[in-house]
Design a protein around this ligand. Structure first.
Ligand SMILES: [Zn+2]
Length: 532
């Protein structure tokens, strides 16, 4: 079955545009003039619309997002009162849920981000409540959750984590970083496979709806890959997924064989399962908003600290070398300039120790980078994975990060233009559900670097702005490259899979602030239209 798609502007990640495309089954077999010269069975007139490769999300957390979709819907709420009301509504509607778990709340609506357990107690006091903050490095819990987890005045801060306290030293209800969060989440009931698959299906549907047909799950803890495998076997994985297994400092060695075993299980699935697991994720630091990102110079609000590096240098290098030797790609979360430096140092050392090969290491977020390090990304072939929606002076940057970093360092965040000029490969990820997964909402932000209502007028550190075409390429071709899928996804070329989007307007010629409103007319995956 050959279908000719015609009468549209076809954009293929930066190559010259063309106006027709011939698709046979799931593949593109001709473009431009060559497409109309051939015989076809069916023609689809696209009415002057714009066609581009489907989006790919290079750093997201689909299963976490799906789980959140099953809980109270607190995302985007702008006051404590609204959040508490939503938790109360959910608790009433779900009387059988033993634990009420949800996210993600906006931490910037409360000064310092310290939320009080008593506020949640007003909604629910007889059952534990755990809400994740949008940074996913923080939770807010009610008194029942503190009580069931045995967190009291006497509980010390665990290594690498903090328990926010009242004046009298009693726990306030906000916990930061995995070790502290784990004190509570370690007690939550085990999720059932049925529930987990339900969450994953919701996440896949949400991704398709906004034009994403492939995504990276950048945080796979034990038990999560099993959900993806079951969903794939049941034919319920409707988005191509690349999984990153989480390696935890000091504990990673005990999981090496487990990761290998799960990768082998995934590789044994039929190709149509759309599942891959060839990456190991390393968390090097925390987040700037919570003062846990690792900086070269101290935080201004608390000069006794410059954040936390979660890995000892030797342990990190050892882990990188071992996983790299097993043919895993490495994907490192590094936000502060000290963490980015540590990531580059470790990758450089790894490449010196292990034989050379095509490894495509990734540093995700890379928010603050020391000027000496820009060129090192390019030299080492490190892909910088950025979150385009974060590249403006949003409330988090303004209220939580600016006071901690000071003006000069704050304004040096997200140096996309400098990175490009240094020859660095940039790819995009949404970090959903930390922030919105909708690519069209984010696409123009690194171009204007303004808030949705156009502030500041000149754009935030405007010299770091990129073009809309570069931005579109980072959300398509470059993510495919990051995932070693560049020979089948991310471009509209002969031999590639026919995953494409039909947009009502052309983002290349639209007003920048209108790009987020462009309607998706249709989405094709494997050559087939999907219901939107
Ligand atoms: Zn993430």
């Amino acid at each position: 079955m050959k279908t000719l798609f015609t009468n549209a502007t076809f954009w293929s990640s930066g190559s010259p545009v063309f106006s027709s495309m011939l698709v046979e089954n799931e593949k593109i077999i001709a473009v431009g003039k060559k497409a109309i010269e051939q015989k076809y069975d069916k023609v689809v007139d696209l009415n002057g619309t714009f066609v581009m490769p489907a989006f790919a999300d290079g750093h997201a957390h689909p299963l976490f997002a799906g789980r959140e979709m099953l809980g109270p819907q607190v995302n985007g709420l702008q006051s404590v009162g609204e959040i508490v009301a939503e938790v109360a509504r959910f608790a009433k509607a779900n009387p059988d849920e033993e634990w009420i778990i949800g996210g993600a709340y906006e931490a910037a609506i409360v000064e310092q981000g310290d939320f009080d357990a008593h506020w949640l107690d007003e909604a629910v006091s007889d059952r534990p409540v755990v809400l994740h903050a949008v940074d996913h490095h923080t939770v807010w819990v009610n008194s029942k959750a503190l009580e069931l987890s045995g967190i009291t005045t006497a509980t010390k801060n665990p290594d690498g984590g903090t328990i926010a306290r009242r004046e009298d030293g009693s726990p306030k209800g906000t916990l930061r970083e995995p070790t502290a969060i784990g004190l509570v989440t370690g007690n939550t009931p085990k999720r059932t496979m049925k529930n987990e698959i339900q969450a994953l299906v919701l996440a896949c549907d949400a991704l398709l709806k906004v034009g994403i047909t492939s995504a990276v799950d950048a945080w796979i803890e034990p038990g999560m890959a099993e959900v993806y495998i079951e969903a794939a076997k049941a034919g319920k994985l409707s988005v191509d997924m690349s999984l990153c297994f989480l390696a935890v400092a000091g504990q990673w060695e005990e999981n090496v064989s487990y990761h290998k075993e799960l990768r082998a299980q995934i590789e044994a699935l039929p190709k149509s399962a759309n599942l891959e697991a060839k990456t190991i994720k390393f968390l090097l630091d925390g987040a700037l908003s919570s003062g846990t990102a690792a900086l070269m110079d101290p935080y201004l609000d608390d000069p006794t600290t410059s954040g936390l590096l979660m890995w000892e240098e030797d342990d990190l290098l050892n882990a990188l070398c071992i996983f790299d030797d097993l043919d895993f790609q490495v994907h490192l979360h590094a936000i502060g300039d000290a963490a980015v430096r540590q990531a580059l140092d470790a990758i450089e050392a790894m490449q010196r120790v292990n034989p050379s090969r095509d490894r495509r290491p990734v540093i995700a977020h890379a928010q603050l980078i020391h000027p000496d390090d820009f060129a090192r990304f390019a030299r080492l072939g490190v892909i910088a994975n950025y979150q385009p929606l974060w590249t403006y002076l949003d409330p988090m940057n303004k209220e939580l990060i600016l006071p901690r970093l000071g003006q000069e360092r704050n304004n040096r965040q997200y140096p996309l233009r400098t990175m490009l000029d240094a020859g660095v490969m940039i790819s995009y990820g949404s970090d959903w559900p930390v922030t919105s997964h909708v690519p069209l909402q984010a696409l123009a932000v690194p171009v204007h670097r303004q808030s949705p209502d156009g502030f500041p007028a000149e754009g935030w550190s405007k010299h770091e702005a990129i073009t809309i075409e570069e931005s579109m390429t980072f959300y398509t071709r470059n993510v495919a490259y990051q995932n070693f899928n560049d020979e089948r996804l991310g471009r509209l070329e002969v031999g590639m899979r026919a995953d494409f989007l039909v947009l009502r307007e052309n983002p290349l010629t639209s007003r920048l602030h209108s790009v987020r409103d462009i309607a998706i007319e249709s989405l094709y995956r494997n050559g087939l239209p999907l219901p939107l």
